[in-house]
Design a protein around this ligand. Structure first.
Ligand code: SF4
Ligand code: SF4
Length: 429
């Protein structure tokens, strides 16, 4: 592990969701309160990433529809806030490409919302840093595509953007703003993911790596199951490598590896798609489990409300229906979504990344066929995990952990016996 374990742990904990927030989401999920929203301010971007699920050129965007104006976004924020929205993520495309970004941001901030921003970071100059310092967001999520201009060129065709982004990340961190890095693994940067981690570790910034890429159904219905991405087996291997990258020390890595090898779900503190444990999600035939469409929503650049940004449907126009009516309809339609029967009964589900949106994007519909790309990816992931776990076990890597556990068990037994003795003696008397 290259990270300083203490710094890495601190950075990770700062990036994880606070328990109070999880509690609020659980309550909101049960009551169908739209606690968290995402406003996708534009599909346009100054990059041209080969794997993007939303990017449109200005001409394509204009041919498809109209972006909401600053006044419309602020009015929508007000309406959502009245319905219970507290958290709001501003995203794109690249949201900073909009000349009226600051007007929108300040208008929404005045409503008392907890704002986060997704950005590629390349448009953050000194002036923007001063603006953000004066009006800090809750979190800035910056996507880092590589650790050099060469990799940037491969992924998004903009080599000069690497230096600009790196400088911005450093300056934002120095300014005391909360920054998290995101990285999507593709065939263009997979050999660089370790370097991205190291670069972030040097800055004590937490990095979230996505190894699974959704097919871009938002751009075209023909995309079901097709994406610019790693092969399923390669993605499975990356998933395995990320256990190590996500563990801030060797012991944590060994414990996580053993959990997965034993069929136990490892809670990923980075996960953005968390479950809402309601009666519906616990029934035998399985409904959608995550927060989408029960306490979280997404509004696309042209004003369409959907449960999450990866879903093309269910979707309702807020410009036609207003937010409250659109939310009610989307909630109802989301409740009807089922997972494929094979996923419901699958013994690999504890390790699987499958969800309603990924099923739709992989197969073109909900609740029917299992997404075979994901099945293959998870199979490979678990195969490597088992192989590696057995190897480490044989090499004695678990000896200290097993010894510690045996000692802790003995201590607990002795304490229980010591507690039971006086109680038994008391009864005799
Ligand atoms: S449907 Fe999938 S991608 Fe969308 S929020 Fe839920 S888990 Fe995440
Ligand atoms: S996607 Fe495949 S591996 Fe994952 S739960 Fe469904 S059937 Fe199982």
């Amino acid at each position: 592990m290259r990270n300083d374990p203490v710094q890495a742990q601190i950075a990770r904990q700062l990036s994880a969701e606070p328990k109070l927030v999880t509690y609020l989401f659980t309550k909101a999920g049960v009551r169908k309160v739209p606690l968290s929203g995402t406003f996708e301010l534009t599909p346009r971007c100054n990059f041209n990433c080969k794997m993007c699920y939303v990017h449109l050129s200005k001409e394509e965007q204009e041919a498809r529809g109209r972006e909401l104006t600053a006044a419309e976004w602020i009015a929508l924020g007000e309406e959502c806030s009245k319905q219970g929205m507290l958290f709001l993520l501003l995203t794109g495309g690249e949201p900073l490409i909009r000349p009226d970004f600051r007007e929108i941001y300040l208008g929404l901030k005045k409503l008392g919302l907890i704002l986060s921003i997704n950005t590629n970071g390349s448009l953050i100059d000194d002036e923007m840093i001063e603006f953000l310092k004066a009006n800090p967001p809750y979190k800035l999520n910056i996507t880092l595509y590589g650790s050099s201009p060469e990799v940037y060129n491969e992924v998004n065709g903009n080599p000069a953007a690497f230096e600009k982004t790196y400088r911005a990340i450093k300056a934002l961190k120095e300014a005391g703003l909360a920054v998290k890095l995101n990285c999507s693994t593709t065939q263009y940067n997979r050999d660089d993911v370790g370097n991205i981690y190291n670069l972030a570790a040097d800055l004590n910034i937490h990095t979230q790596i996505a190894e699974y890429m959704f097919p871009p159904m938002r751009i075209s219905a023909e995309s079901a199951g097709k994406a610019v991405r790693l092969s399923a087996k390669e993605a499975g291997r990356e998933m395995f490598l990320n256990i190590k990258r996500r563990s801030y020390d060797e012991k944590l890595y060994l414990m996580r590896l053993r959990k997965v090898a034993s069929g136990i779900k490892v809670i990923d503190e980075d996960a953005e798609c968390l479950d809402v444990p309601t009666a519906e999600t616990l029934t035998a035939t399985e409904h959608i489990r995550c927060r989408a469409g029960s306490c979280a929503f997404w509004v696309s650049w042209d004003g369409k409300l959907s449960p999450c940004g990866m879903m093309v449907e269910p979707s309702c126009s807020i410009t036609e229906l207003g937010f409250a009516e659109a939310w009610e309809r989307v909630c109802e339609a989301t409740r009807a979504i089922m997972m494929p029967p094979k996923c419901t009964n699958c013994d690999k589900r504890f390790a699987c990344v499958v969800c309603a949106a990924s099923t739709y994007c992989e197969t073109g519909c909900f609740g029917k066929d299992e997404p075979t790309y994901i099945c293959e990816m998870i199979e490979e992931y678990l195969r490597i995990v088992h192989e590696e776990y057995e190897r480490l076990l044989k090499e004695g890597a678990y000896e200290d952990i097993l010894k510690e556990e045996a000692e802790a068990r003995e201590k607990a037994l002795a304490a229980a016996e010591a507690q039971a003795k006086p109680e038994a003696e008391g009864k005799k008397e």
